[in-house]
Design a protein around this ligand. Structure first.
Ligand code: ADP
Ligand code: TYD
Length: 195
């Protein structure tokens, strides 16, 4: 099974992915986390561009869109292998991040058309002001006004694509329990094992 946790920067995705993996391991599942951008040379190039101080223009935003799409394709074999082996894959972001952060949407969908679609997508929805308290804001895309726009886009996609939406303004454990409640039925895990 391929599960994706989405949300703006600082929503708590990587924290929740790790907790979810620990819980799945405890319940006897083989679980593994994948992260986008990846650690590949393309992922490293993306992180370098994101950390550069100069503002990003329209052309560079498109270049990033292409790099994210290419980086994502590198994961395809890994996802397939995990599915064949019955591993639960927990993905910290997927192609929906590109739809939320890059534009125009029709082009982003086109260049990501070979990306694997997760079975379950959970959107950690958080107020950008709250999310900003949780990170340093030094990377591109971390400005509050931009994050407001990305949050609105996520909520729009969530409605169209039937994401599960979890209120991520709350404490770490409460959010995790909501996530477990969403995942449990698909894996046949008893609700008593959630907290
Ligand atoms: P993301 O991967 O979405 O950017 P992280 O999981 O890295 O978010 O969390 C960013 C920071 O916020 C980390 O220092 C983490 O410990 C903290 N954090 C995560 N979730 C919460 C929460 N629900 N409440 C308070 N702090 C949190
Ligand atoms: P990430 O390391 O997940 O940031 P965070 O942990 O703060 O949420 O991602 C780095 C940045 O890349 C983040 O600002 C979101 C952006 N991003 C895109 O713009 N498009 C994409 O397709 C992906 C995967 C990430």
């Amino acid at each position: 099974m391929y599960i994706c946790i989405e949300g703006i920067d600082g929503a708590g995705k990587s924290t929740q992915c790790k907790l979810l993996k620990t819980w799945l391991d405890k319940n006897g599942y083989k679980a593994s986390i994948i992260t986008e951008p990846t650690n590949s040379p393309i992922g490293k190039l993306i992180r370098k561009i994101l950390s550069e101080p100069a503002p990003i223009n329209d052309n560079q935003q498109k270049i990033l869109g292409l790099l994210f799409a290419a980086d994502r394709l590198l994961l395809k074999d890994k996802i397939q292998k995990a599915e064949d082996e019955g591993t639960v894959l927990i993905s910290d972001r997927c192609f929906y991040s590109s739809i939320a952060y890059q534009e125009p949407e029709d082009w982003i969908r086109e260049i990501n058309k070979f990306a694997k679609k997760p079975e379950i997508v959970i959107l950690l929805d958080i107020k950008p002001s709250k999310a900003k308290e949780r990170f340093d804001g030094l990377e591109k895309f971390e400005e509050e006004s931009f994050l407001k726009k990305v949050r609105r886009k996520y909520l729009k996609i969530a409605e169209k694509e039937d994401f599960f939406i979890v209120d991520a303004n709350r404490g770490i454990n409460i959010i995790q329990w909501d996530i477990r409640r969403i995942i449990a039925p698909s894996l046949g895990i008893c609700q008593d094992n959630i907290p």
